[in-house]
Design a protein around this ligand. Structure first.
Ligand SMILES: NC(=O)C1=CN([C@@H]2O[C@H](COP(=O)(O)OP(=O)(O)OC[C@H]3O[C@@H](n4cnc5c(N)ncnc54)[C@H](OP(=O)(O)O)[C@@H]3O)[C@@H](O)[C@H]2O)[C@@H](O)CC1
Ligand SMILES: Nc1ncnc2c1ncn2[C@@H]1O[C@H](COP(=O)(O)OP(=O)(O)OP(=O)(O)O)[C@@H](O)[C@H]1O
Ligand SMILES: [Mg+2]
Length: 347
């Protein structure tokens, strides 16, 4: 039997829960409680957590179908590539195609374009990034693109970075998802306001890029003993932008939740692996936003997409290393994308 006092207490408890939920929705749970919830059971749950999250990635992958037309599974743009760096934008753009995008564009400086075109007939290469009309030239394509990957091989030339700033602003105005990597993160460290609070941005810093960003945004050094807390804090300070800190284990957060990806890779650290990750993520972000939170069981679609890209990159590394050992290069990893994707996501 429910007494009046009992019913009153239940109503009061419901009100408290509702108030707390409203507060959480507005400000996010206290940092300590997120970390405690996420990590207190980490040792016993890590393998199960990884498997559960991989299942969410499987849920966002569009089935191959005879009724879809070219372009529906993803039209991705990579913004990067300059005189010095032509490999990085190529790795990102070809990885997007290999993961399952239908069309992959590269918007690069004019000196890089013939080189990138010569690597691959699969890519659509626009030599526009150092033109005085760069923003307009890229903006023309934005209505046809599902996601942008900004930064691989961009370099740090001021004129190029100013153009990329304009491209980012135009992409935000159109609500286009952006993955920001490499020198795109250099730009964000100079001007965090560029992506502050943009819910469709994912940042993929390596060790160095993370420290630079953290210092710029939080005005202090990273606590290297607390990687999880650092990623959570940076995401929150940027207004819940999704942050993926790459490393021995990848730490991912949207300021509400923290995920850890420890998919087995290898000890081979050749350059370009991060470009494979950011290009793959471009496609997965598009798929995840299309699928929506019903398919990700309430988890953030962008976090699920990022977990998918991290797992895939590490699995490619693992498979390539088994064949090539110390001579493994990123091209060997890209050759493994199909088999790694099947192993992780098509079981
Ligand atoms: N084939 C191509 O075209 C490729 C081109 N690429 C392009 O190059 C551009 C610059 O990108 P980036 O990553 O080299 O730049 P940046 O942030 O200055 O870091 C460099 C310094 O960080 C450090 N460091 C790194 N990891 C660390 C760790 N775990 N722990 C500790 N330190 C660590 C390390 O310092 P060091 O060991 O030298 O002291 C290193 O010197 C960018 O456009 C990118 O896309 C690449 O994509 C590769 C393939
Ligand atoms: N110590 C490590 N052990 C295992 N995997 C790692 C380690 N460090 C990085 N990785 C993996 O390598 C991939 C690329 O991360 P990395 O930190 O090398 O990026 P990056 O420096 O941006 O690469 P790039 O050379 O493309 O710029 C990620 O999938 C990450 O999980
Ligand atoms: Mg990189």
């Amino acid at each position: 039997m429910v007494t009046r006092a009992g019913a009153g207490a239940a109503v009061a408890a419901t009100a408290v829960v509702a108030l707390l939920s409203a507060a959480l929705a507005l400000y996010g749970p206290p940092l300590d409680s997120v970390l405690e919830r996420t990590f207190s059971l980490r040792k016993v749950h890590s393998v199960k957590d990884m498997e559960n999250t991989l299942q969410l990635v499987r849920n966002i992958i569009p089935p191959l179908s005879s009724t879809t037309h070219k372009g529906q599974d993803g039209r991705i743009g990579v913004v990067g590539g300059c005189q010095e760096y032509t490999g990085a934008p190529y790795f990102a753009a070809i990885s997007a195609l290999k993961v399952g995008a239908d069309l992959s564009h590269v918007f690069c400086a004019s000196a890089a374009a013939p080189v990138i075109k010569a690597y691959s007939p699969e890519l659509i290469v626009h030599p526009v990034l150092d033109s005085p009309n760069a923003v307009h030239e890229v903006e023309k394509w934005l209505p046809r693109l599902h996601a942008l990957v900004v930064g691989p091989g961009l370099g740090r030339d001021d004129a190029l970075l100013r153009n990329v700033q304009g491209i980012l602003e135009a992409s935000k105005a159109r609500d286009i998802p952006v993955v920001i990597d490499a020198d795109g993160l250099w730009l964000v460290a100079q001007q965090p306001a560029l992506i502050q609070g943009y819910q469709k941005a994912v940042l993929t810093p390596n060790h160095m890029e993370f420290s630079r960003l953290y210092d710029a945004v939080l005005r202090g050094p990273v606590d290297s003993d607390d990687r999880h807390g650092s990623v959570l804090r940076l995401s929150r300070a940027l207004g819940n932008v999704t942050v993926v800190q790459k490393g021995e284990r990848d730490i991912l957060s949207n300021g509400q939740q923290v995920l850890v990806c420890s998919q087995e890779g290898s000890s081979r650290r050749c350059g370009g692996q991060g470009d494979l990750l950011s290009g793959s993520l471009g496609v997965l972000v598009h798929w995840a936003l299309l699928a929506g939170p019903e398919k990700t069981n309430g988890s953030s679609p962008l976090l699920v997409a990022a977990f998918g890209a991290c797992s895939l990159t590490r699995q490619c590394n693992h498979q390539a290393f088994q064949k090539h050992g110390r001579s493994t290069t990123t091209s060997d990893m890209i050759a493994e994308v199909g088999a790694a994707f099947s192993k992780l996501f098509e079981t």
